[in-house]
Every structure is written in C-alpha cells, then in structure tokens.
Design a binder for this molecule. Structure first.
Ligand code: GDP
Length: 368
C-alpha cells in the first residue's frame, strides 16, 4: 500500500514536483510525513500551487462542495475566458460565490477597476456564474485584497471558504496575501488537517486569529489554454510581467499579424482599421502581407516566429483556421486563451484566425 500524506491524505510521490503528493526523500522518512504543500502551510504559512487534470479535479471539488461553504472563485483578468472552470457552474448553485479577479496590475495604468468590475458582472452571467460579489484584485501589489479579506471574514463565520480555480490564475499568491493580512507577524498560526472524507488533494487550514477555515483545492489544467501547453521557457514569453502596453496596428485588407508562432490573424476584407494587441510586452508581433504569410510561417516557425519552440508540445505547430465575420457594431475582443486578446474597433470586417489545434479562441465584448 502506498503511503499517504498525514496532512491532506493524498498518496505520496517523489517524481513530479508541483503535482499533488510530492515529497522529498528526507521528508518521506519522517514519522508523520507531510507532502511539500502541507509542510509549507504548516511550518511557513505558505501556500504553494498544485495542479491536476480534469477527472481528479471534479472529484476533489465535488467532495469539497458537499457541505455548506463560501466559494472563493479565483480568475485571472488577463485570461478570463481561460479561467472559467467548465462544468463547475452546477456545483456552485447551492453556495455563496465570491469571485476574485486577479492580476489587475497587468492592466494599463489608467484602467478603471469599476469599469472592469462591471464588465466582469456581465461576463460572469454570460458564463452562468452567479456571484454574490466580485473583487478586482492584484496578489502582486496587494490591490483590493483588504476588501476581499474583510468580506470573507464576514461570510465565513460558520462555513469554510473553499478556493477553486484553474491553475496559474494566482490562487496561491492570493491566499498568501490573505494569510499575511491575517497575521502580519507571520507566526506559526496555520495548521493543516485532512479535510474530512477527502483523499484527493484538498488542503484545509485554519487562519489563526480569524478562526476562518480555508480549503484550498488543486488548480485545474486545461488543454484549451496555451499556458498549459507551452514549455517552461515559452511560458515566460507569453506570461505578462509588466502592465500591458497595448500595441495598435493600422491594417489594410490583405495583411496578416503573427503573435509569435502561436496565432496569426488575416485581414481578408473590410475598410482599413485598427487592431490593438493586448499580450505580454515581450511577445513578438509581426506584420506581413497575407499572400506571404503561409510561406513565412513554414520557414520561420520556431525561429523568428516563436514561441512555440522545440521543447513545447508538438501539437502547437498544427494550426487550425477559423473564419470570423463581424458586422459594424460595438468593439469586441478576439481572445486567445493564455496569449491575450486582439481588440477590434467595431467596423465591419472579415478575418481568418489561425491558432494551434484545441486552443479555443472566443469573441467577447471589448474589455478595455
Ligand atoms: P495558482 O496556480 O493559481 O496557485 O497560481 P500562482 O499563485 O502560483 O501564480 C501563477 C503565476 O501568476 C505566478 O507566476 C505568479 O507570480 C503570477 N501571479 C500571481 N498573482 C499575480 C498578480 O496579481 N499579478 C501578476 N502580474 N502575476 C501574478
């Protein structure tokens, strides 16, 4: 029989750091072994991310949501579409849901958070999420975390807070901010305990002075998002680190834009108009003639047109094409989950979007 973590109850393993149950050889020899994630909570009051694939995820979250709870639903503002956990809506109906939309620091400096919040309310409803409240926050700068924390304390007097979200939305970073607010001296106030009835990777801990119980579930990975398909070094190319600098291109029909080698937008017909790219500032955007684009891609993928690189999932080099036609109307964003979005001005236009297979581009009302 395999050994399990005495904190969260998952089988221990020494091969895959970042996945549930990871433990080092030394820690494994202890009398009451704790996986790395539980060890760090117990001794340092620090939450580290852990991720799982879909089947495990559903089982874990379903189990966690069996009793009354406040749900803290963490989403990434840079990738709202990629942050919506599919199939979760039905499970959330019975509970009070608080959405924390993280990474606001990535938005251009003058962005109004109230406007973003209004947009989030509309988008949440469109995705059948019915939150009690939405907070726009940044775990990096601390923006908005106080308000979120106070609300959680009020709501969670008699119920645990269950934290759910896709991998990489910043769930652990947000929880660490909350832990820090609850105990600025960072004493050893946190304890982990197996969450009753769970052997699937939820970690429950008490936030000392507040009496609040928080249950952290693993982050879900998804093949429809680029961040879960690129290698570590390409991830650095597509994850924004600084506030986004919108890059505007005034294009004529018959021109194409490449976003690295991960997306290509062809302007097929329409009046000349502007396309604004919101993507990591370090990501290459290359303009070319549509008639040359196939040949350029064949010659330059993995070279000029990178990421992806040779260490990334090979399927990222198999592109699919989607025709997109827009009548004149309000501005919209074409979203490429994990890469960013392209804002269209609202003029009539016919486009073709090329993205790697299984990456699901979406169209939404313009966010900015
Ligand atoms: P988790 O998988 O949801 O627990 O996410 P993490 O907390 O591990 O964060 C994932 C990545 O997003 C890391 O590279 C973090 O540094 C980054 N990150 C987290 N919060 C923020 C934020 O507020 N702003 C920015 N710019 N990056 C963040």
């Amino acid at each position: 029989m395999s050994m399990v973590c005495t904190g969260c109850g998952v089988p221990l393993q020494m091969e895959r750091e970042g996945e549930k149950g990871y433990i080092t050889g030394d820690a494994f020899m202890r009398e009451f072994p704790l996986c790395q994630r539980c060890y760090r909570i117990k001794h340092y009051g620090e939450i580290t991310p852990v991720s799982v694939t879909e089947q495990d995820y559903r089982a874990t979250v379903m189990r966690a949501l069996e009793r009354p709870a406040v749900v803290l639903y963490a989403v990434d503002l840079f990738d709202f579409n990629g942050s919506v956990v599919r199939g979760l809506q039905g499970l959330l109906n019975q509970h009070k849901v608080i959405v924390a939309a993280n990474k606001f620091d990535l938005f251009p400096k003058r962005t109004n958070p109230d406007r973003v919040r209004g947009w989030l309310w509309r988008e949440a409803r469109r995705h059948e999420i019915e939150p009690a409240e939405i907070f726009v926050v940044s775990a990096q700068t601390g923006f908005g975390i106080d308000g979120l924390y106070e609300r959680l304390i009020r709501e969670a007097r008699d119920k645990p807070v269950i934290v759910v979200g896709m991998a990489n939305v910043g769930k652990s970073s947000m929880l660490n901010r909350i832990l820090h607010l609850s105990d600025p001296d960072e004493g050893q106030l946190y304890t982990t305990s197996p969450f009753p009835g769970t052997t699937l990777g939820s970690v429950a801990f008490k936030i000392g002075k507040t009496g609040m119980t928080v249950i952290d579930t693993p982050g879900l990975l998804g093949t429809h998002r680029l961040q879960d398909r690129v290698c570590g070094s390409s991830l650095k190319q597509i994850l924004p680190k600084q506030p986004l600098r919108p890059r505007g291109y005034q294009l004529q029909p018959g021109q194409s834009l490449f976003l690295g080698g991960l997306a290509r937008l062809d302007f097929v017909s329409g009046d000349p108009q502007s396309f604004v790219i919101y993507a990591a500032n370090q990501l290459l955007v290359h303009r070319t003639k549509l008639e040359n684009a196939d040949e350029l891609y064949a010659r330059q993928r993995g070279q000029l047109l990178t990421p992806p690189c040779s260490a990334c999932d090979e399927s990222l080099q198999q592109m699919t094409t989607k025709k997109m036609g827009f009548k004149s109307g309000r501005p919209v964003d074409i979203v490429i989950p994990g890469l960013g979005w392209i804002r269209l001005s609202g003029s009539a236009v016919d486009l073709r979007l090329h993205t790697p297979v299984r990456i699901e581009a979406a169209v939404r009302p313009a966010l900015i």
